[in-house]
Design a protein around this ligand. Structure first.
Ligand code: TXA
Ligand code: MG
Length: 353
């Protein structure tokens, strides 16, 4: 249902106070405000209010067993929200906050089960974005904030994406322009002795290991298991995610072969009357002659690729393409996170050539 007026306010970190005051009032009344973070836009509500959590799930169309990340603006929040701030948590917070790292810790009494999807643990992150930090401080609350997209669509990297999905369903959108990172935070589970990555992001395994020693990666990160009894630790990982409307296939292998294969696939799909989108890079964009060809950025700077990825998936939706072919990325620092999101968008359809 879209029956609410959604105000849009263009803001930056040091603009006038009025917009922040208005947004903070909405949050204090239990309403929802979308705001930019450095990773993607978040859909914020009071994290300690179960009714606000219910509104978040309803606006996103998200299953209520998929827990929310609690956003904070100061270190003291860790003591209030968790029952045990581990040594690892202290060290990682010190090194990476504010920043794109979410930590899973045992929750305190204060955090309602409605926010944690019924779990005894809570996900916490201090975002590195002036608008997000100022909004949290101004409201005096902790903000539960999933990505501000309709469940199953690519995460929003622009306020326009939020408006497309949530206009009429939330009270306000703070428009702080394009986000910086472009893919969601790294999630690390600190509830056991050895930290486990539940979702890769721009803070890599190696970066975490520099601070806390050995870190493992949850097997669910690499795709769904055939064994149906398998339960991923981050409930969000069991749902189809970031899906464009078209059928998407990732072609991996040696660069020349990848380009050749995508060219052939595109050609035959177009002959059948299908509209084809090709996700290329600056290095290869000139090599494709058919279909709607878009470069997501240069392989020399994978940060630029992460930043542009979700926008391009949405653009392909708007262009109503039927099939998308994407090049693959190396399993290095940022490449691992990019491949993880591409694989989810493609429903794990990866072909090696
Ligand atoms: O970068 C980000 O993290 C963005 C911005 C807005 O901060 N937020 C975000 O939230 O991506 P969301 O709700 O789209 O993804 C949160 C993920 C889900 O996969 C969820 O299952 C997992 O975090 N999660 C949350 N609480 C958890 C918990 N207690 N244990 C395990 N996984 C948890
Ligand atoms: Mg999300």
């Amino acid at each position: 249902m879209r029956n609410m007026e959604t105000k849009v306010r263009i803001v930056n970190g040091d603009g006038p106070d009025t917009d922040y005051q208005e947004a903070a009032e909405i949050l204090k009344r239990g309403g929802l405000v979308a705001f930019p973070t450095e990773t993607v836009y978040g859909l914020g509500g009071n994290a300690l209010d179960e009714d606000a959590a219910k509104k978040i799930y309803a606006a996103k169309g998200r299953p209520s067993d998929n827990p929310l990340i609690v956003h904070i603006a100061g270190m003291e929040a860790l003591d209030e929200l968790t029952s045990n701030v581990t040594e690892h948590a202290k060290k990682l917070a010190e090194r990476f906050w504010p920043g794109p790292l979410t930590m899973i810790l045992p929750k305190s009494e204060k955090v309602p089960l409605g926010t944690t999807g019924g779990l005894q643990t809570v996900a916490i992150r201090m975002p590195n974005h002036p608008v997000a930090l100022r909004l949290i401080r101004q409201s005096g609350l902790y903000l539960a904030a999933p990505s501000a997209n309709t469940s199953g669509r690519p995460s929003p990297t622009l306020a326009e994406h939020v408006a497309e999905d949530l206009t009429g369903k939330i009270e306000m959108i703070l428009d702080g322009g394009m986000v910086d990172v472009g893919i969601e935070s790294t999630i690390v589970d600190l509830t056991e002795d050895i930290p486990v990555i539940l979702r890769p992001g721009c803070i890599s395994k190696a970066m975490l290991e520099e601070v806390v020693g050995t870190v493992t990666i949850d097997p669910a990160v690499n795709g769904p298991k055939k064994d149906t009894s398998f339960k991923p630790k981050a409930p969000g990982m069991k749902y189809k995610h970031y899906a464009p409307k078209a059928d998407m296939t990732i072609i991996s292998g040696e660069r020349e072969k990848v380009v050749e294969t995508i060219r052939l696939r595109a050609e035959s799909a177009i002959l059948k009357g299908r509209k084809v989108g090709i996700l290329a890079t600056d290095e290869t964009v000139g090599l494709y002659t058919e279909g709607t060809v878009v470069s997501i950025g240069t392989r020399k700077e994978e940060g630029s690729i992460a930043r542009g990825l979700y926008k391009i998936l949405r653009d392909f939706d708007h262009l109503k393409v039927d099939e998308i072919y994407a090049e693959s990325f190396e399993d290095d620092t940022m490449g691992a996170a990019i491949m993880n999101r591409l694989c989810k968008a493609a429903g794990y359809a990866v072909e090696h050539v």
